[in-house]
Design a protein around this ligand. Structure first.
Ligand code: COA
Ligand code: MG
Length: 295
């Protein structure tokens, strides 16, 4: 499968669609993407007004700016169908489906889009936040191989996973770690992006920076955020570091030497470097190149 165009999703900010003040702040924020939330952060009595506020915002959406995603309520529930219709009319870059359990949910989403004027470019993101989704993670990721299914990104819903499983919300995330790693593995198998879950403690930015570094080391493409103060640390953590860029350039330069042009494996500073490392280095440099000027 050809590699997809790279789109940075390092810092992805949730904004409750009911929060007028937070929405007004968006033009001053440098996040890569925004998820306008109609689901858990919006109280039942505020759902309808939140949906209307969103329609008004998208009608005047600036041409430039972050990728815009709308998280709707579960389509089978009380607000879901109307959310979906309103979201399609907003023409966001993607719709984020919560509480996905099985492949059936993705087929149902697909069916619900039939006959609507949703453009082909509209993507589907899904929350991975239920025990059933974890058990079905491989099958869900398979939709990444089928363009018609629109699936583009997994979002780890760690608060719901903790709630539904009863594990302790340990500061080092030790009990949810195996599930997070499964999400990354499945996303790679399906050619999808995958975003780490939110950190609720938005005042402790040291702990947040540690969690971002951990998420980047685990292979996540970025992190979902709940507060503007979290944007900068996430951008830093999920961008290639200066050291990684230097190392990648050294690998590229070494393979470009005349004596190494035909070689499959070389040694740099006592380390074995194969052509697969060259491919990895070139990918990192391409990503760093596209990001330059954005940080
Ligand atoms: N997006 C945009 N702006 C936000 C924001 C967000 N998610 N969260 C806070 N802000 C704004 C505030 O409106 C405030 O703006 P101001 O400078 O114009 O006054 C500023 O950032 C500072 O906010 P602060 O006072 O520190 O926080 P708060 O008490 O207003 O909000 C939360 C705290 C947690 C209620 C709020 O951050 C929030 O709702 N986050 C998103 C929750 C969410 O979407 N959850 C669902 C997914 S898990
Ligand atoms: Mg959730």
């Amino acid at each position: 499968m050809p590699e997809r165009t790279y789109r940075p999703r390092r810092a992805v900010l949730f904004v409750p669609a009911s929060n007028e003040k937070a929405i007004a702040k968006l033009p001053s924020l440098a996040c890569d993407a925004v998820i306008f939330d109609l689901e858990d952060s919006v109280a039942p009595e505020a759902k309808v007004a939140a949906r209307e506020r969103l329609s008004a915002w998208f009608a005047a959406r600036p041409k430039q700016g972050p990728e815009c995603v709308i998280r709707i309520n579960p389509p089978a529930g009380e607000w879901g169908r109307e959310d979906l219709a309103a979201a399609i009319a907003c023409a966001p870059d993607a719709i984020l489906l919560p509480k996905v359990d099985t492949p059936r949910d993705i087929h149902d989403f697909d069916d619900a889009l039939d006959g609507t004027d949703a453009p082909e470019t509209l993507k589907l993101w899904i929350m991975v936040e239920t025990p059933k989704a974890m058990l079905n993670i491989g099958a869900l990721a398979e939709f990444g191989r089928d363009r018609a299914a629109r699936l583009d990104c997994f979002v780890a819903g760690t608060n719901d996973l903790i709630k539904d499983t009863g594990v302790l919300a340990a500061p080092d995330r030790r009990y949810i770690m195996p599930w997070l790693m499964q999400m990354v593995l499945a996303a790679r198998a399906g050619g999808l992006d995958v975003l780490d879950g939110v950190s609720n403690d938005f005042r402790d930015l040291d702990a947040f920076a540690r969690e971002c570094a951990e998420g980047a080391a685990m292979g996540f493409d970025g992190k979902t955020l709940i507060h503007p103060a979290q944007i900068e640390p996430a951008l830093q953590a999920f961008s290639p570091s200066a050291n990684a860029v230097t190392e990648a350039e050294a690998i590229k330069a070494a393979f470009a030497l005349p004596e190494n042009l035909e070689k499959g494996v070389i040694s740099i500073g006592g380390r074995m470097i194969e052509r697969l490392h060259l491919a990895q280095a070139e990918r990192l440099l391409a990503r760093a190149g596209r990001l330059s000027g954005r940080l």
